[in-house]
Design a protein around this ligand. Structure first.
Ligand code: ACM
Ligand code: ZN
Length: 760
């Protein structure tokens, strides 16, 4: 009998395996659900889908589902438990937990709350084809799923450039599909005040508008230089008064209510940030009595101008603002900012000085902490919890403060905050600031970020609420550019926030992420096509060479030029290897099918013989390193002053003796010992910039301020010694590594035997 049951079971399992979608046809789900079990068959969306809500509180979610399914079916909503799709709350589940049961006969989504149901809807949406033309079929599945972290966020700065309500809806809708549940809205800053405050109408009527500033000019220049319309300033954000053009926009309180309601239906909390006491220039320009000195003494592009904390009316002003904010955002958290306060005014303002004396405050940080505590008391009296950037740790903080960690150069912040009992949200700049340009290492670096390092105790780990991706909009003037910065990196935030930390890796995410890009294509969401692969920026050859560059996305269209110009949508399509018999410059750029574009790569092919070695009398092993404690704008600027120190190093590494400063430049000099005639491929990874020259020829250009980034390049060398110079500058990074790359792409460390330098 037992045997028969087993046989039947195996037969059924085999049937499932051949009737459910084949693995490669399954939708790419991000984040990966905890448990998903594909079964035989499909649910086909009928013409008039009936959605039933088992409890009335799910009506907004049913409305959201109707909108999400509008491209497949006209859905109707009723109360009860019979329908094609049933939404129900199961009090036995955790708030955000859900099950999704898709059968041929219908679909049931149960969640611990509306939020759990929303998460089930997200999985359902991802199981459906994204495009309007897709077959409206959902594979039969059983999904049982819950998040690892409660904070899965995205931050958008709408001050530096303004994004309208419709654009915010677009953002929220994508967040919902990715199960992201916190929208952090950076509503005010030096360059624009975007939230209507009825008591202080000039904050938006005047402070919502400005003349073009340096950020706008940079964007306009980039639009021209990079042949990229995403950098154009949208006309809808201009107010033209005769010869006077103002840039801006703001949200009325009614707009905010609409956004909050749209977000709530999608299970998303909206966290307003009113950044204070710094980053306040636009407000104090129109309420100058709130600052220490008249704004005329500031330049119009001053940075992080603060409130005067010596004046009691400033406290009232802030509380009045918060009162209106609290009434608009029905959530636990509000964000006070508190970052990068420019404290110069406070040090010369008699009123601030008097406050410091009276309250026994030693310095500007203590004064800021005093102000923050005053605000925190007000927040808590109104039932709100305060979030602030990690600068708050420079003054005293109470355990009820939630710290948002953004400064990787303050690496102890998470340890310090959690040890104090504060909750922490992770968005360290090098990994989660999506306003930083994406590079070829970004996706892997962000995917592999260690959310809960072993250095934290179990109790401290409990205080890590989750993770967030941030876009600051200085160089993001259009919504298309904002999407380009957010995607695909925001998919990684979704996975990091939802899945258990040990289960997330780039290896597992990469194939799903690339396939998910097809969904973004179909939904018309702009995104950065993942970096082109399989090339070195500087290649050398002796007879002929064929290009090898490829794109990881099959849907992208590659276009190229051979004259050094940037490819445009009229440039020829690159379909495969081009063979060169002479020097050449190949520039390749990836385009979306709709013509939208972004980055390009330039590959130099240099036809040359093997460079002759030099004769050197007396050498010793290793390279000489000289360092300079100064902030340099680029590698070739390093030097020009007496070195701060020097030593001999075995390999290209940041010398231990040179560590400890925020900004350093290093020059490594000596010879590379080529063991035989050949083409040598080098890989140079650095944070920040680096340049490698061999025989006075540029081999790798990895210059510029950036996070850890590897570039590769080649040199054709005869056996013997070749002069090598490697320049590096550091600003918040502290890593430089030079390796050889073998024919299989393996990195081979270069130690002292590969290098020597002149004996003194
Ligand atoms: C920040 O990036 N200033 C929080
Ligand atoms: Zn003052």
């Amino acid at each position: 009998m037992k045997r028969t049951i087993t046989a039947v079971f195996i037969a059924a399992a085999a049937l499932c395996a051949c009737t459910g979608p084949a693995a490669e046809e399954r939708a790419a789900l991000i984040p990966q659900p905890c448990e998903i079990d594909y079964q035989a068959g499909f649910f086909t969306m009928p013409e008039g889908l009936e959605i039933a809500v088992a409890s009335r509180e799910l009506a907004p979610q049913a409305g959201y589902l109707t909108e999400a399914l509008a491209k497949y079916t006209d859905a109707s909503i009723s109360e009860g438990t019979s329908g094609d799709v049933v939404l129900a709350i199961d009090p036995a589940m955790e708030t955000e937990e859900y099950t999704l049961d898709v059968r041929r006969s219908g679909i049931r989504i149960s969640g611990g709350s509306c939020r759990g149901v929303v998460n089930g809807i997200a999985t359902l949406r991802q199981l459906l084809p994204a495009g309007a033309g897709g077959k409206a079929e959902v594979p039969c599945v059983k999904v049982s799923d819950r998040p690892a972290f409660g904070w899965r966020g995205a931050m958008l700065d709408v001050s530096r450039h303004f994004f309208d309500k419709g654009e915010i809806f677009r953002m929220l809708d994508q967040m919902a599909v990715l199960k992201l549940n916190k929208f952090h809205w950076h509503l005010t800053d030096d360059q624009g005040w975007r939230i209507e405050i009825k008591k202080y109408p000039d904050l938006t009527e005047k402070g919502g508008w400005r003349h073009f500033n340096k950020h706008d000019r940079i964007c306009m220049e980039r639009a021209e230089q990079q042949l990229n319309d995403d950098y154009l300033i949208p006309e809808k954000n201009l107010r033209i008064n005769g010869a006077d053009t103002l840039y801006g926009g703001f949200y009325t309180q009614e707009d905010i209510r609409e956004v909050v309601s749209y977000a709530a239906a999608r299970g998303i909390d909206v966290i307003p940030e009113i950044d204070m006491p710094g980053h306040f220039l636009q407000a104090i320009e129109y309420y100058p009595q709130m600052t220490c000195f008249k704004p005329e003494t500031w330049t119009s592009e001053a940075f992080s101008s603060p409130l005067c904390l010596g004046k009691d009316e400033v406290l009232e002003f802030c509380e009045d603002i918060w009162k209106e904010v609290f009434a608009l955002f029905p959530y636990k958290y509000v964000h006070i900012g508190g970052d990068e306060v420019n404290m110069t005014n406070w040090n010369r303002c008699p009123l601030c000085q008097a406050r410091m004396k009276k309250e026994g405050l030693a310095d500007g940080h203590a004064l800021q902490a005093w102000f923050t505590h005053r605000m925190q008391e007000f927040f808590e009296a109104n039932g709100k919890s305060m979030i602030g950037w990690d600068e708050l740790l420079q003054g005293e903080v109470t355990p009820s403060t939630t710290i948002m960690w953004w400064r990787p150069w303050m690496p102890d912040s998470v340890n310090e905050a959690t040890a104090l009992g504060c909750d922490v949200i992770l968005c360290p700049q090098s990994w989660f600031y999506f306003s930083l340009e994406e590079d070829s290492g970004s996706l892997e670096r962000t995917s592999n970020y260690d959310m809960l390092p072993d250095s934290l105790s179990a109790a401290q780990k409990q205080h890590v609420l989750g993770v967030q991706g941030n876009v600051w909009a200085e160089r993001v003037p259009s919504w298309s550019r904002a999407e380009y910065m957010f995607y695909p990196r925001l998919l990684i935030v979704a996975e990091k926030g939802w899945c258990e930390p040990g289960t997330v890796s780039f290896e597992s995410l990469r194939p799903r992420l690339y396939r998910y890009c097809e969904r973004l294509d179909e939904e018309g969401i702009n995104y950065r096509i993942p970096s082109l692969e399989n090339f070195h920026e500087f290649c050398v050859f002796t007879d002929s060479i064929s290009s090898t560059v490829t794109c990881p996305l099959p849907n992208a269209v590659l276009r190229y030029t051979l004259d050094g110009s940037i490819p445009v949508k009229e440039s020829p399509v690159y379909t495969g290897p081009i063979t060169f018999y002479d020097d050449a410059v190949l520039t390749v750029r990836a385009f979306h099918q709709d013509g939208r574009t972004g980055d390009w790569v330039r590959i130099c092919y240099d036809k040359c013989g093997y460079a002759s070695p030099v004769e050197v009398d007396r050498t010793e092993s290793g390279l000489q390193a000289e360092w300079y404690f100064k902030r340099f704008p680029g590698c070739d600027a390093v030097g020009g002053m007496a070195p701060s120190g020097s030593c001999t190093v075995d390999s290209v590494q940041f010398p231990q003796q040179a560590k400890g400063r925020r900004a350093t430049g290093i020059i490594f000099r000596g010879y590379f010992r080529a063991p035989e005639d050949g083409i040598y491929t080098f890989a140079l990874a650095s944070n920040d910039g680096s340049l490698l020259r061999i025989d006075n020829r540029l081999v790798i250009d990895n210059d510029g301020e950036h996070t850890l980034l590897e570039k590769t390049g080649q040199a054709a060398l005869s056996a013997g010694l070749h002069p090598l110079e490697l320049r590096y500058f550091d600003y918040n990074g502290g890593r430089v590594d030079l390796c050889l790359v073998d024919g299989d792409g393996n990195r081979i460390p270069l130690d002292g035997d590969w290098f020597c330098h002149d004996m003194e």
